[in-house]
Design a protein around this ligand. Sequence first.
Ligand SMILES: C[S@@+](CC[C@H](N)C(=O)[O-])C[C@H]1O[C@@H](n2cnc3c(N)ncnc32)[C@H](O)[C@@H]1O
Length: 237
Amino acid sequence: MISNQSLGRPNTQYLKSNPITTVSQSLKVRPNFLSAWLRNPKQVGAVLPSSDGLTNTMAAQIKRGPGLTIELGAGTGAVTAALLSRGIKPDHLILVEKDRILAKELDHHFPALRVLEGDAARLQQLLRKSGLGLADNVVSSLPLLSMRTLTRIRVLSQVFAILQPDGKLVQFTYSPRPPVPERLAHSLGIAGKRIERVLWNLPPANVWVYERTHENMAVIRPKIDARHRGATGRPLA
Ligand SMILES: C[S@@+](CC[C@H](N)C(=O)[O-])C[C@H]1O[C@@H](n2cnc3c(N)ncnc32)[C@H](O)[C@@H]1O
C-alpha cells in the first residue's frame, strides 16, 4: 500500500483553485525549483511550478488504460501528483527529468515511481535501457518553444516513436502560439488541438493535445504492429 505521503502531496484543490491559493501554494512549494531555474533558466523554462488548475487539466487529457504514461520534465512533481490523483498506477507512470538534483528529489518524493534521469531527446534509448516499451500517453512540461529547432524536432520524433499509434502527447505552453509550430507538426504527421486556456497559473498557460493524423497512422501502424506486437511494457526493438 502506498501512502499519500510517498506519492506526493494530494492534489484535490482543482475546483477550489483561485489566484491567491495558486500563488501562495506555488511560492511555498519548492525552493528546489527556483534553484533549478537559477542553475539553468532556459532548460527549466519557468520560475514557479505549475498550478493545480494546470496540472489537473493536463492529467484530465490522458487516455486511461493498461499502457504506460511517460512524464517529460517532471521537475518537482506537480504534474506527477495530478497524474497519480487521476488514477494512473505508480507502476504505469515513468518520470523523465534532465536536471540531476530534481531527478534525485523526484526519486525521494515518489519512491514507488521509476525516475529516469536523462534527456527527452534520447527518450527511446532511456526507455530501452530500462526495458520499457511503447506508451499510451506522454505528458510533457518541456519548454519546447525555447529549445533549438533541431532539439525540438529530436524530442518530438522520439515522443512519437515511443507512443502507440493512437497515443497522445499532452503539452502545455505559456505562449499563445501552438507548442509545436504548424509546419513542423505537419511534417511529423501529427495534429494538435488546444484543449484549454488555464488562467489560474502564473503565467496563464494553454494545454494542447497532439495525436498522429489518420494518414500517418495508416502508414506506421503495420510497421509498429509487426515490431511491437502487444507492445506495452515490452522492450523496444
Ligand atoms: C517548466 S519545468 C516543469 C516542471 C513541472 N513539471 C511543473 O509543471 O511544475 C520544465 C522541466 O523540464 C526539464 N527539462 C528541460 N529540458 C529537458 C529535457 N531535454 N529532458 C528532460 N527534462 C528536461 C527541466 O529541468 C524542468 O524540470
